[in-house]
Design a protein around this ligand. Structure first.
Ligand code: SAH
Length: 360
């Protein structure tokens, strides 16, 4: 491969990661292995539209070519290890195993307008938010574009249907894995692939300011969700260490810029944590910070994580917070609680599994 090629071999397989290649890269790849260009589109369609798991399923390719592909490239492995199905509302939570045996999570949610999938972008996370289970063991590694696609393809296979929308809100910080996430979104939205419009994609960030500017410039059309959780620097730094690097002021400037450049309004996430950020003073701070901004506030009753000691208030406490902001004219919703009978906070399935393995 030429040095400028962005298609890397996998260290274990020492083969090319064909699942992470966009159409241009596959075109270059097939030419390198001595095949005509038109093969690229065929292979790309098998991978990203028909979503096959093995080269032998690519039946319009000769056996000899399939053998050549097996020798030089690999299809990323993502397989469902465990699945929890809600009896209440059709939510399905998946523990997915990667080629190197690391595990991640994805959650399937049913809505009137179709299914939505929440996927992970990293194994673990380095951001250290104090209420979050995904970050307890730190960052193991970032996912490749092929692995993120593999999450979708594998869950769709399991569920027997396709998604209508996608959220990048699982394990990991997507803007800490910027290049792979953008590559992934390019393949996902391609006509010869899954062809999912990025208008149906939401990306959630803890607030990596320089990458919010980078994302705005790309004008992808996706919805940006920003995890705010507190509107005062002291409180936010306590909940989210990232705030010590990028203050609320810097974050707000970036968010306003994102709206100006893309025309897409920001959705702010605010997890209500008992005794931390759920009192009237916090609601006032939130109002004062966001008033006048064309945005949306998504309140999340915090999912208690036992290692973190975080608790949620009563339904009445939460409603009080909502009403207070609504009366001031803010655009607020409370995240619907799907799958409450299989309710493990994001990242807990993976942790429980790894704790069990370690005890054996
Ligand atoms: N790293 C990204 C995306 C993953 S987290 C981010 O920080 O936005 C997705 C959302 O769930 C974030 O808003 C995050 O703050 C929130 N979250 C994490 N743990 C939670 C918990 N235990 N209860 C409620 N929300 C939580």
């Amino acid at each position: 491969m030429g040095d400028n090629m962005n298609i890397r071999t996998d260290e274990i397989h020492s083969k090319y990661d064909i699942s992470s290649m966009d159409i241009d890269e596959i075109t270059e790849f097939v030419q390198k292995i001595g095949e005509p260009k038109f093969r690229a589109k065929q292979i790309y369609t098998w991978l990203n539209d028909k979503q096959v798991k093995i080269f032998d399923e690519m039946t319009n390719l000769s056996v000899a070519l399939r053998e050549k592909l097996k020798e030089t490239a690999f299809i990323t492995e993502v397989s469902a290890l465990h699945r929890l199905t809600s009896q209440k509302d059709g939510t399905n939570k998946f523990l997915l195993k990667l080629g190197d045996k690391n595990c991640i999570e994805a959650v399937w949610m049913e809505y009137k307008h179709g299914a939505s999938l929440c996927i992970s972008t990293q194994v673990g996370c380095r951001q250290g938010c104090m209420f979050c289970a995904s970050t307890l063991g730190g960052l193991v590694r970032s996912l490749t574009a092929g692995e993120m696609l593999g999450e979708i393809y594998e869950v769709q296979r399991q569920m027997g249907k396709r998604i209508s929308s996608l959220v990048l809100m699982g394990i990991g910080e997507p803007l800490d894995n910027f290049d792979n996430v953008m590559k992934f979104l390019g393949i996902l939205s391609s006509k010869e692939g899954q062809n999912l419009s990025l208008r149906h994609v939401s990306l959630s960030t803890c607030g990596i300011v320089p990458n919010i500017y980078k994302l705005a410039e790309l004008k992808t059309g996706l919805t940006l969700s920003v995890s705010l959780h507190a509107a005062n620097n002291e409180k936010r730094s306590k909940l989210m260490p990232v705030n010590r690097r990028y203050s609320i002021d810097e974050l707000m400037t970036a968010c306003k810029d994102y709206f100006k450049i893309t025309g897409r309004r920001i959705s702010y996430e605010y997890a209500l944590i008992l005794g931390e950020n759920d009192n009237k003073e916090s609601a006032d701070e939130l109002y004062n910070l966001l008033k006048g901004q064309n945005c949306h506030i998504n309140l999340i009753p915090v999912n208690p994580v036992k290692e973190r000691g975080t608790k949620r208030g009563t339904k009445e406490d939460i409603q009080k917070f909502v009403k207070y902001l609504e009366n001031k004219g803010m655009n607020v919703t409370v995240r619907r609680e799907l799958g409450s009978d299989i309710n493990a906070a994001c990242g807990q399935l993976r942790r429980d599994y790894e704790n069990k393995i370690n005890e054996q």
